[in-house]
Design a protein around this ligand. Structure first.
Ligand code: THU
Ligand code: ZN
Length: 296
């Protein structure tokens, strides 16, 4: 178990800490809990589901990478399947602040990349910033989504974001987490094809500049990330950030990175290439391969 997780256990109620130990010490801990595991943790800790979610926030926050602010934010995205997905903020020293990932975006993207089809709630240890409220307003569950915070009554997203600007203002009816299957041209290289598959599931209703990334690790395995646009444009999440969220939550250090392939649509109205290269090089990794594909 990594040191940060070990420290976070000290911030959990003792009965919960004891019940968590077998999960966290396993090699394969995926920074998420199935519905059955949530029930088992409730029984072992004596906590209700909302109390348990709040009590688990130090565990989520232990995944934070915050070299600039040293401010660790933890969040849990509650999937409709009953699975709880942890997330944490991620900062990149030497890259522009706009590249930062917020804990809410991390937990939500974790659920999205795990093929969850809808969320019911988000639990977070600090009040969500305006950017995150806007990011959450893009979700297919935005009308029903609730936000839970320590010491506050649970409220709807619309309580936190009244008179919201959203997809409907731009005439877009689909939402983030609705299934996306863009038909893109194929490739022989399996890593490039993995990035194409990610791009085909990316959410880009405003620009159609679908993109995805595949990061190959020293073990030979790869992690993919999908681009997620937002009606207000700035809170959009680039494909690299999406993949880095999963790398961090699944315990893979950036030093394990061996190949990075970005896939974009040919002649798209925008490109992720420069920003992706800047963020990768801020992480000490250089060669970025870019492949363009056509929409079939
Ligand atoms: N942060 C979040 O993760 N969520 C919020 O909604 C508030 C801010 C992070 C971003 C940055 O890494 C640090 O907290 C300081 O703003
Ligand atoms: Zn935020």
């Amino acid at each position: 178990m990594n040191e940060n997780l070990l420290h976070a256990l000290n911030d959990c109620p003792p009965r919960l800490a004891q019940a968590l130990l077998p999960y966290l010490s396993g090699e394969q801990f995926s920074a998420s809990f199935s519905a059955e595991e949530v029930t088992a943790l409730q029984q072992a800790s004596g906590l209700s589901a909302p109390e348990l979610a709040i009590a688990l926030l130090p565990i989520a926050a232990s995944y934070a990478v915050a070299p600039l602010s040293h401010f660790n934010v933890g969040a849990i995205a509650h999937g409709e399947s009953g699975r709880w997905y942890l997330g944490a903020n991620m900062e990149f020293a030497a890259a522009p602040l706009q590249q930062t990932v917020h804990a809410e975006q991390s937990a939500i993207t974790h659920a999205w990349l795990s093929d969850e089809s809808r969320l019911t709630a988000v639990t977070v240890n600090y009040t969500p910033c305006g950017h995150c409220r806007q990011f959450m307003n893009e979700l297919n569950c935005a009308e029903q989504l609730t936000i839970a915070l320590p010491g506050c009554a649970t409220q709807s997203l619309h309580y936190y974001l009244p008179n919201a600007f959203g997809p409907q203002d731009l005439g877009v009816t689909q939402k983030l987490f609705d299934p996306q299957t863009q038909r893109l041209s194929e490739h022989d290289d399996p890593l490039v094809q993995a990035a194409i598959d990610a791009a085909s599931q990316s959410y880009a209703p405003y620009t159609r500049a679908y993109s995805g990334i595949a990061l190959q690790l020293a073990s030979g395995h790869w992690i993919t990330g999908r681009y997620a646009e937002n009606a207000a444009f700035n809170p959009s999440l680039p494909p690299l950030q999406s993949a880095l969220i999963l790398m961090q939550l699944h315990g893979h250090p950036v030093s394990a990175l061996r190949r990075a392939v970005l896939v974009e649509v040919a002649q798209a109205s925008l490109s992720q290439r420069e920003a992706t290269a800047v963020t990768l090089s801020a992480l000490g990794y250089h060669p970025l391969e870019t492949v363009t594909v056509t929409v079939k």
